[in-house]
Ligand binder design. Structure first.
Ligand code: GCU
Length: 595
């Protein structure tokens, strides 16, 4: 298993200023840039007792004198696929929580006037990066990308890259100590070498005005605070082109008037080529233009009230028992959602990979994206709050040009308290420093039946901060019916649109049983549960959308039942082997009946 030396023909040169090598938010549209993949088989060392950093194994020392010896070597040991979680690659790593070191070599060829970056799509959950024996960056957060400028630290030949990855759960982490999905660890998304001109196009935000149907707002930011640099923005199919000069921050801000725009929609997901050019750089991608806003108790997409026919899925391919990470995986997940008749995906419970986000946009799904503020988070901890803000920024910066993205979710099933309210308000403010155009929501779980009034109500002060209120409610599963479904009247969040962001119950595919017995774990009972919830939905006056939990059975270490679960959460409408359960057909019929 000789270490593959990677010969890369890349052009770059030393820059005059030592670039900041700490993990930064990524430049916009990495996938549209000049990238060279570092995916493949990397060497690995399993470091259960965290001895590697202490023993400086990132130096990758080899014995020279007669008395030298080292109790490690990266070569000829374990190999792990990148991208992928480690849990699904070796039986010994199924439940592994701890540190694993990844390493590989690569060569580069240098040319004047270029910069070189390392890009990681995601590393779960925290990591430190070492290049040629020097620690150059660290990152925390298992679901958002980061980049590091290595222009001044990279060598011509035989660069040794080591990544120390750790997925141990911690109280101050996001998510924290217990969450209902598998704690996958590893370099779980693409790794690229990214080459740019010395001064490159760092960021752009090009979207239809929130309320106008014929005005496209555009801002572009160069990597340097250079005034009077020339920037051109083009949308050729709309015959739109502007050439502008940057201000002292290296930025241009402008707008385009257009009468010919075909707005993106879930039934006609029109995308336009958008090209941004500067003196030495050029980036282009497909961007859609749509309006999304709330009026009263309805959500409007392009001036028309829309019912969100949503579904949730985890970033996981059940048959592989591992993280989804490729475009092919995205097609598998989204094709099943399309077959179900959905027009929206709630990407649970963390930012999922860009293949899923971009493919969803192409296929005509609205998206709800969130960072994993899942139940018990250390809301009193300032450090945790800063971490959450950084994850929010990394997510919004990455996906702000995706018109499919309609909702930013800021929490899932958090309990009311002053620290929680101020923590979540901070997340909303953080989001709005970048994007004020999308709808803010959160999945609450405080709907209760008011016996006196004989209606379902909810009392959560945080609702007033939301554009759209969402609730998770498991009637017929965690909560027995207090009244028959046809009498289940709701008075929740009136005056705002309401989405039932989770409902459902478990069934083991193929298991038949008593249609009235929850513990039967049968498809028959799951079908009863869906029939009853769909009946209840008729009595929610401000219902704007539903999102069954969940499209596929998924893995969770706290689903203990020895025959019904075996470490699987069985609320899927589709089994872990890809078979549709009876409830799938009820949901399909419901969505087909909604226009
Ligand atoms: C919660 C939570 C989900 C979880 C689900 C369940 O609502 O948001 O992440 O999987 O309940 O208990 O199955």
């Amino acid at each position: 298993m000789k270490l593959k030396t990677f010969c890369l023909v890349l052009s770059l040169s030393f820059s005059l200023i030592f670039a900041d090598a700490n993990a930064q938010h990524t430049m916009t549209n990495v996938y549209g840039r000049n990238v060279q993949s570092l995916n493949g088989k990397w060497d690995a060392i399993i470091d259960l007792y965290d001895q590697g950093r202490k023993n400086k194994i990132f130096l990758n020392k080899k014995p020279e004198g007669k008395t030298d010896f080292y109790e490690y070597a990266f070569e000829n040991g374990y190999l792990l696929n990148v991208p992928s979680d480690w849990n699904s690659q070796m039986p010994e790593l199924k439940y592994y929580e701890g540190t694993i070191w990844y390493a590989r070599r690569f060569d580069v060829t240098k040319e004047r006037g270029k910069r070189l970056f390392l890009y990681f799509g995601a590393v779960s959950y925290r990591c430190r990066i070492y290049l040629n024996g020097k620690e150059i960056a660290e990152h925390e957060g298992g679901f958002t990308p980061f980049q590091l400028d290595i222009t001044n630290t990279v060598k011509d030949k035989d660069n040794f890259l080591a990544v120390e990855v750790n997925n141990t759960r911690r109280v101050d982490a996001i998510p924290a100590m217990a969450f209902d999905w598998w704690n996958y660890g590893g370099i779980t998304r693409d790794v690229f070498l990214l080459s740019t001109p010395e001064t490159y196009i760092d960021d752009y935000f090009i979207q239809l005005d929130k309320y106008k149907t014929d005005k496209i707002n555009a801002s572009v930011k160069l990597s340097e605070k250079k005034a009077n640099a020339v920037v051109t923005i083009e949308i050729p199919e709309l015959q739109l082109k502007q050439t502008l000069k940057t201000d002292g921050n290296g930025e241009v801000k402008t707008s385009f008037a257009t009468k010919k725009l075909k707005r993106w929609s879930t039934t006609s997901p029109t995308l336009y080529k958008v090209r941004v050019s500067s003196e030495n750089d050029q980036v282009e991608e497909q961007i859609g233009f749509r309006n999304i806003w709330v009026k009263g108790e309805k959500v409007y997409l392009n001036d028309k009230a829309i019912f969100m026919k949503s579904i949730s899925f985890h970033e996981e391919i059940p048959q592989r028992k591992g993280r989804a990470f490729s475009e092919a995986d995205a097609v598998v997940l989204l094709t099943e959602a399309k077959a179900l008749g959905c027009n929206m995906i709630r990407l649970a419970h963390y930012p999922q990979n860009e293949y899923i986000v971009r493919m969803a946009e192409k296929m005509g799904f609205l998206l709800w994206e969130e960072i994993p503020i899942w139940q018990g988070i250390d809301f009193k901890n300032e450090v945790t709050r800063e971490k959450a803000g950084k994850m929010m920024r990394e997510m919004v910066l990455r996906d702000k040009n995706r018109c499919a993205l309609a909702f930013w979710g800021v929490a899932n099933e958090t309990q009311p308290s002053e620290p929680r309210n101020s923590f979540l308000k901070y997340l909303i403010e953080t989001c709005k420093t970048i994007d004020t155009t999308r709808l803010i929501t959160a999945a609450c779980d405080l709907v209760r039946f008011d016996n006196k009034r004989q209606v379902f109500t909810m009392d959560d002060p945080f609702m007033k901060e939301l554009d759209v209120v969402a609730v998770n409610k498991y009637m017929g599963w965690y909560h027995p019916w207090p009244v028959t479904p046809d009498k289940a009247i709701w008075e929740v969040a009136r005056g705002k649109p309401l989405i039932v962001s989770e409902f459902g119950g478990e069934a083991l595919y193929g298991k038949t049983g008593d249609a009235d017995l929850v513990s039967s774990w049968s498809e028959d009972y799951q079908a009863t549960l869906y029939r009853d919830n769909l009946e209840m939905f008729k009595h929610i006056p401000n219902l704007s959308g539903t999102s069954p939990w969940v499209l596929f059975d998924f893995r969770s270490p706290f689903r203990f039942h020895p025959t019904n679960q075996e470490d699987w959460n069985r609320k899927g409408l589709v089994s872990d082997q890809g078979y549709r359960k009876k409830a799938w057909y009820l949901m399909k019929e419901y969505y087909d009946s909604k226009h």
